[in-house]
Design a protein around this ligand. Sequence first.
Ligand SMILES: [Zn+2]
Length: 459
Amino acid sequence: MNDAVSSYGRVGWSWRKSLRAGQRSAPLRSAGETFWVGLGGGGWQAFGMSMDNELQKHYALLLGIGSPWEVKTVELKLQEKKVEIELGWQWGSAAKCPECGCECSIHDSAPERTWRHLDTMQFTTLIRARTPRAECPEHGVRTMQVPWAVPQGRFTLLFERFAVEVLLACASVSQACELLGIGWDAAHEIMKRAVERGLERRQMDQLAHLGMDEKSFKRGHSYITLLTDLDQSRVLEVVEERTCEAADQLWATLTPEQKAAVEAVAVDMWEPFIQTIARQVPEADIVHDRFHVSKYLNESVDKVRRQEHKELLAEGDETLKGTRQLWLYNPQHFSQEQRDEFSGLKDQQLKVARAWAMKELFSKFWEYQEAGWARRFFKDWFGWVSRSQLKPMADVARLLKRHLENLLTYLRHHITNAVTEGLNSKIQSIKSAARGFRNFQNYRIRILFFCGKLNLYPL
Ligand SMILES: [Zn+2]
């Protein structure tokens, strides 16, 4: 056996036969777990490879390709740790036009192509073949489609299936690339095809509760907008920008029937989104996201603290130094030490303590079951806050008042974009892992691949 290349002749039928026969006939597997292949010159020779169950299954799958395709040669390149399998088309078999499927004569063969297949043990396994070109009376000379790969694919379907699994399981795409021994572009190619497949197969009935949300992109210089299905926690589509036009593009991905079935949309108090929802799904309720609301309230509390801290420092008073987080955290999550420190602060006559109390009290709003009671509560809360002379708090109260009707809808639907919090952190990690995003389209593919809950597999 040549050390670098051990090449076997024409083994197509005999390989297949030996695998099948091997299960019945002792002589063909007489050397225990030795894999036998027929040599072109006749006779048999052991192929020096351990033939455990996995390998047997693996090759059985490969051979599932079936007639009129056959294995012509198997090359084992020991030093390169490579197995190359050459497939050939049986002479005399009719070709099929890829366009219309009609049987026609073979014109010639396309130049040889190579597909990466699942590794054989740790050996990179490649399939090589020259695909016949059919001569269709209607469509002319066309290269036939091979059953083991998609047109233009550089990998077999089995390899792609495995790659999708590895990509989904890995913490990062670069880790998956390393495990699979493929490059960044190849991984992208596989993901793109997987997403296209998934979108084609996706079921989109019962989209009752949707979310529309923006995310920053490219270090916060630009934005993307996502449409999510809140009931199934999946991203439906992603577009660039956060404008009316962007949101309209998202709506355009739904059919009129799908839009008519939407009951409510969770969204931030962002005017372009509000407008497009009112126009595109007029029957649906707009529900402002309560977590966005608490973000606004927190920001206002923080403004009050900063202002007051400045005033106190001017008099040499450091009471508020290092207290920022205390006013923003949920007190239920405080450590004992924080609790002690906070209760000391709360009892002093501080402006920020009043602002904090306003923020805390507002959380009661979400607990009402009746809109009437919530409305009454809001009126009282608004009166207190707007008389408080804490400008940042009065500002946010006015913002909430302006959007009150779409805050009250929460009591009916109980939806929020934070349901997709798991998605948000996934998207965040896609963004931070993806220093190399050359464009928005790549980003979109990643988001749909990891967050679209699509059926991504080729088989
Ligand atoms: Zn045709």
